[in-house]
Design a protein around this ligand. Structure first.
Ligand code: GLU
Length: 321
């Protein structure tokens, strides 16, 4: 029996496919984020499309909830996961060995597959907190996010750019996305941070359980951050999307991207990419944050690591490259 060239994470098993033929089932794991976020839906949606074709290609996909971008990249690097969703800023840093990924943390085998939805850096504050600008967060109780999440790491970059530290908050809590909306409602914190696609259920929960509003993230420090880094861009969260915020909110943002390792076999990545793009209308219907996705933008925007050859093969076949 020929063993497939998969990462250590991809277990192999023998099963009898219909007709009695001996088929080799191959398991792949996709790292996502908290269950109330959009990454979880990205991973679940990709797996759903892949698993529709298991009888033909024998790939079986699972997408468990994880800590987010940084945790996913580290799990792929360790061979514990095959693919994952990660913010474009952390894709850049992991591949180039900068910020949290400097020194031994550098992951030059990181490969891009495609980008997904835009993710504005989103701040939500209780109406009774008196917070209406990012500067007002000084001295407040802020949920800065769980270690391993993209928003936590990006929040640290923002603080550094502004010359602040965690000590500038009276409380810097590390709740996960699934916990932070309730904490805002229960008045355990004044504000929460989430780098996430819109609209999403988590921010909806935060703004419907208590009077709260989205806070702009603007100013000279943010302008410089965007000007100096290709993976950041100005972003607008449309007014009217959430209760309490009728006007557009200016901030900056990144893209959600889908990544893997050079060690994952070409045919595995090819099969996953094909499952998504041959069912693209279905995929876009699986979350409102996917509504504006286009193939051309997904195979170019937000990608700084090289494309995985399995993905490139499919894009060339479709004539997109
Ligand atoms: N951007 C977040 C992160 O990197 C996750 C957002 C989501 O789960 O949709 O951790």
């Amino acid at each position: 029996m020929k063993l497939m060239n998969l990462t250590a994470a991809a277990a192999t098993a023998l099963t009898f496919a219909t007709g009695g033929a001996l088929a080799q089932e191959r398991f792949i794991t996709i790292g996502t984020g908290g269950q109330t976020g959009v990454y979880y839906v990205v991973g679940q949606s990709i797996c759903r499309l892949v698993n529709r074709g298991t009888a033909e290609h024998n790939l079986k996909c699972t997408a468990p909830s994880t800590g987010g971008s940084i945790a996913n990249i580290n799990a792929i690097k360790a061979g514990d996961m095959d693919m994952g969703v990660a913010q474009s800023d952390w894709q850049f840093h992991a591949y180039n060995g900068s910020k949290d990924f400097s020194g031994d943390n550098k992951f030059d085998k990181l490969r891009a597959v495609f980008s997904v939805h835009p993710e504005p850096f989103t701040v939500v504050a209780r109406a009774d907190s008196g917070v209406s600008t990012f500067d007002d967060l000084k001295g407040k109780r802020v949920n800065v996010g769980n270690p391993g999440s993209g928003q936590r790491a990006t929040m640290e970059v923002v603080l550094e750019a502004l010359g602040w530290s965690m000590d500038d908050f009276s409380l810097a809590s590390e709740l996960k996305p699934a916990e932070q909306s309730a904490a805002l409602g229960d008045n355990k914190v004044d504000a929460i941070i989430y780098t996430v696609g819109h609209p999403n259920g988590s921010i909806q929960e935060a703004t419907s359980t208590v009077e709260a509003k989205l806070i702009p993230v603007t100013g000279a420090g943010i302008d410089k951050l965007v000007a100096d880094n290709p993976f950041y861009a100005k972003a607008t969260i449309p007014g009217g999307m959430y209760a309490g915020t009728d006007a557009d909110v200016e901030t900056f943002g990144v893209k959600a991207t889908f990544v893997t390792s050079a060690d994952v076999a070409d045919d595995v990545v090819y099969t996953v990419v094909k499952a998504v793009f041959e069912n693209f209308e279905r995929f876009k219907g699986l979350h409102p944050a996917f509504a504006n996705l286009s193939e051309a933008e997904m195979i170019s925007g937000g990608l700084s690591a090289p494309l995985h050859p399995g993905a490139e093969k499919y894009y060339k076949e479709r004539g997109w490259m």
